[in-house]
Design a protein around this ligand. Sequence first.
Ligand code: NAD
Length: 284
Amino acid sequence: MSEERKWRIGIVGYGHVGIYLVNQIQREGDKYNVELAFVWNRTMKKMEATLAPHLQLQNLAEFEKREADLIIEVAHPSVTRTYGEHFLSAANLLVGSPTALADEDTERRLRGRAKLSGYTLYIPSGALWGGEDIMKMADRGTLRSLKITMTKHPSSFKLEGKLAEKDLSTIQERTVLYEGPTRQLCPMAPNNVNTMAAASLAAHTLGFDKVIGVLVADPSVPDRHLVDIEVTGPTNETTGLVFSVTTRRSNPAAPGAVTGAATFGSFWSSVLACKGHGGRMFFC
Ligand SMILES: NC(=O)c1ccc[n+]([C@@H]2O[C@H](COP(=O)([O-])OP(=O)(O)OC[C@H]3O[C@@H](n4cnc5c(N)ncnc54)[C@H](O)[C@@H]3O)[C@@H](O)[C@H]2O)c1
């Protein structure tokens, strides 16, 4: 009897998350019937020291030769912007940097390509708690507002654009770096607000223009990442009471770390759920 074909995974980006995923696949691949199709990184040096040559992909444009069933982008939003459509024409795609989709053209192109090809555009929940509930409210037309506040130590931020002008090392007390639509925030904090991007996609009736993101630098939380979510729904016509949910996720994180410890585990669970859900966006 022939052996069942394993689900082949291509990893694009060999940094903290990419290395973690490669290790997980090598360690637990047999258990979950998955294997590595390839690993690509912008610079080869890091890979050459640790990965078998047949797993290394030198030229990303040649990814199709490796016949991956699932490609995981864990490099940078610009990689999803540039290659996302191409990946989706030949494989399912898990976008590890969903802040890329705050760019309207990228979101439109990727959704369109998934529909055409029948491959799934996966969005990992990452540090987002209650994403499915938020999406259900959006689906039913009952979601009124969503505010998501992310609080980290000043050393945990990697900022760009206008936000990068501030010297975070001088911050002595809780400081709000940004408050407003997530659309403008995502390109200025592409590594820090993937959770807000996932929330903006789940809350599809509000989207990146109406979901409010608050980014807070707080020196008093050196060892945790906090994510506070505030949702409101309809007002009861008789009582005037408003439906609301608030949650706080407190995730231990090494000082200066961009990603909290529990988020790696969440990411692995997301990967294992990506077995093809047809030509659409799917949260996992
Ligand atoms: N969705 C989530 O929950 C979640 C969690 C953690 C990280 N992320 C995202 O995943 C991505 C990787 O995170 P990480 O912590 O592994 O980062 P990292 O900096 O440790 O690694 C990134 C890797 O990608 C490469 N890279 C960086 N910029 C690039 C570019 N412009 N073009 C091509 N390659 C580039 C680097 O060489 C590096 O090897 C980031 O975009 C990050 O925001 C998402």
